[in-house]
Write a protein of this length. Sequence first.
Lengths: 217, 217, 232, 232
Amino acid sequence: MLDKKGIAQRIAKEVKDGYYVNLGIGIPTLVANFVRDDIEVEFQSENGILGMGPFPTEDEVDADLINAGKQTITARPGASFFDSAMSFGMIRGQHVDLTILGAMEVAQDGNIANWKIPGKMVKGMGGAMDLVGSAQNIIVAMMHTNKAGKSKLLKSCTLPLTGVKCVTKIVTNLAVLDIVDGKFKLLERAPGVSVEEIKKATEGDLIVEGDIPEMVL
Amino acid sequence: MLDKKGIAQRIAKEVKDGYYVNLGIGIPTLVANFVRDDIEVEFQSENGILGMGPFPTEDEVDADLINAGKQTITARPGASFFDSAMSFGMIRGQHVDLTILGAMEVAQDGNIANWKIPGKMVKGMGGAMDLVGSAQNIIVAMMHTNKAGKSKLLKSCTLPLTGVKCVTKIVTNLAVLDIVDGKFKLLERAPGVSVEEIKKATEGDLIVEGDIPEMVL
Amino acid sequence: MITKTVNNVTEALDGVEDGMTFMLGGFGLCGIPENSISELSKRNIKYITCISNNAGVDDFGLGLLLKKNQIKKMISSYVGENAEFERQMLSGELEVDLIPQGTLAERCRAAQNGIPAFFTPAGYGTEVAEGKEERDFDGKPHILEEAFKADFAFVKAWKGDKAGNLIFKGTARNFNAVMSGAAKITVAEVEELVEPGELDPNFIHIPGVFVQRIYQGDNYEKRIEQRTVRES
Amino acid sequence: MITKTVNNVTEALDGVEDGMTFMLGGFGLCGIPENSISELSKRNIKYITCISNNAGVDDFGLGLLLKKNQIKKMISSYVGENAEFERQMLSGELEVDLIPQGTLAERCRAAQNGIPAFFTPAGYGTEVAEGKEERDFDGKPHILEEAFKADFAFVKAWKGDKAGNLIFKGTARNFNAVMSGAAKITVAEVEELVEPGELDPNFIHIPGVFVQRIYQGDNYEKRIEQRTVRES
């Protein structure tokens, strides 16, 4: 079974040379730490920077330079700053190659819910609806089940949706799955996790074809 | 009767302190020469400059600095350059206070035709349709009649339209007129021109109320 | 040169009234119009509708107005880093309209550019799409969104000149650039107000035509919400 | 850093084929992609649809392609400063679609930003509106216009870096900025190609993500159509 760091580490392997990537808050943010050194990748933050660098040193901290999580950041050589309309133009116009974000629920039709729990305080969707509404390559990073042990990979989402038919890949603490023909297709098992465990933790329809390899991190 | 320079000179009096002005090609271009020195006016050219200055000296000529008529220009202190989308955003968003352009025909309902004569070579509307489609303050600069002596101030335009119900004021070689309640309202006569002459040269309905003063240039 | 300078924040906010709709630039606390917000608080302008990506924190930014119950409605993409906000929202004192961030930005940009409405895929199939026209383009569903309408836009720039030209710094550009010219009156406060001609016309982010009033701000706190550093 | 540099114009135009739709930046001859146009002429690519504000002059700009009958259709706002253009248009050899300049710019910008369609007042009540949806907003009639679709955008910038970031100069920015990223592949030629980090990230006009290929242009003529001077 993977921890959050492990999920990020596995997702990092999906990041290809030449990709522009938008990372959501939470597990996705950790992905940047695990991207191979020998490929070129640029991170976009929707508040208006392309070419995000590491966190600043004390001396480098600049209140005018933050990421979408409001953390202080730095800019790499070749970076650029722009306004919010152009930033979402990049996203909506499908110029960003990969979007990695968290979810409360994912359904086998590719629907995703990650912004609102009725009856609870709602903070808002931020840029999530724009991202899932436009991105062609969306990886969801999440725990396979919630704290009560209930599956988060469902036949159909129960929470208010963030987007429809948009998720292409899911990496959880238990498995790597693609959405194929309206079902979850199991691709890899987390270290030490059996297909049976994954089946049990998945409420949606699961395609299991042949031997399912254990993932290599 | 006014010549083209006179028309431009009369229109210049409509340019008020603090106005951003877009000047069309032809007579309108001449308006800039007659604007009072004691007021602040900025000229916008739709190819991407606000704060157009005079033509350059030989030494100042820069191929990357032209106006919409493709003439070399200069930029005044406080000028800015921008792309074509933002330039027409200024126009469409009604940030430009006054548009002065030429016309082949103007009708008493405020319609204007200035881009196409069927059967003749058509060069295109350029930015004219965007300008007349959005500007709230449009002055037409033109000769009252065409070369054959036919009126260009009509009950209804005969040529393909550039815009509908948009013209507010017309300055010709004979008169200054406003469009009021779907008619031409005569405001001023050109020096030495009688009301009768204006009536004869105007095909559209003409409102003549009281004494019509001769214009002061 | 058409001069846009006003002497101080008091003049800059001339005409501001109860019940108006304001746009406020900034992302989190980054690039917020600190001086204009202070003045709105001081004047105790009430029943405000705020179009702003976020709602500040308890003791800074729009939190200052929330604390005094000046805000009637928030139109934002992400809120609630603010206990008082949460209390007012749950109690029903505060109306909240949550919309996708890119749609928020584009609706400002549409207002700035005279585009009354546009189609976007964001929010299709979600509650954001309720009551909105839906249409497919190239087989992909979209919804129709309209330009915002606001009385004042309050923005903050790094540098500005007396002609109203603005330059922003880093990620403080965000909504400040798209809100400039998107309301009836745009009020810009700047860290450094210079003479026309001092800013390179090739690198103006927002031309002065989009700005009605500009003033030199002061006492910028520029608070950081998540100071995150690495070992040097 | 993701590198966008290609070695020369030949590599830059890899994949260009007969029958494609191209966007070409520039206003008149100001800021046109001279090197890419030369290469299109040299390769004799035919049956082209060109989205370009103008059509060049007889012996320069798109006039070079017109002369060789490479262009099937022009989508422009103002044309015909060019005798050969006029001849081909009147003879019916050349299709011409004339659209308002602001609509042309916004349809490019829409393609760049993933907006499939938007409403504009330009052209309402004229033949431009024929066959288009009309709708009133605030009592004012508008028409619906759609984003362009193009295979390649050819743009020209003043400076660019290897990451594809672009900076334009003066009024040569025009359609070059709005066409960048508005086609499947954007090819930028620059007067000066520099290393990443040499351009100030705060003053990039077009971020590299909108550009697929960038190359150092050469032999820029930068012709002036209407050289107009005053006495010094």
